[in-house]
Design a protein around this ligand. Structure first.
Ligand SMILES: [Zn+2]
Length: 103
């Protein structure tokens, strides 16, 4: 049947929206449903404390990189606004135009 798939773990017939994507499978969807996948991942993480620590560390690094990038972007915007008001105004106008087009 179209639009459903049997989960390898719970063996239930579930709609495709309950599967995450996986580019290693022929149909592009994970062989486990989201619920089973979350359960498996939780077990996998809890099996070794070092795995949980690594995930935590990666998440923190990712967040801090984002913060650094945001600070950097803000600094550039502030600099351009003061040093080149015409450029700043042009950038604002182009953003406004792009937003107007998407609506
Ligand atoms: Zn399942």
């Amino acid at each position: 049947m179209l639009g459903v798939k049997i989960c390898h773990t719970c063996k239930e017939d579930l709609p495709l929206t309950l599967y995450t994507t996986d580019n290693k499978t022929p149909d592009g969807l994970c062989i486990h449903c989201k619920r089973c996948y979350a359960e498996k991942r939780k077990n996998w993480l809890n099996a070794k404390p070092s795995r949980r620590e690594k995930v935590k560390r990666d998440r923190r690094d990712y967040y801090q990189r984002g913060l650094r990038q945001n600070k950097f972007n803000s600094a550039i915007v502030a600099y351009v606004r003061i040093m080149a008001p015409a450029v700043y105004q042009r950038a604002l106008d182009s953003i406004k135009r792009a937003e107007g087009e998407s609506e």
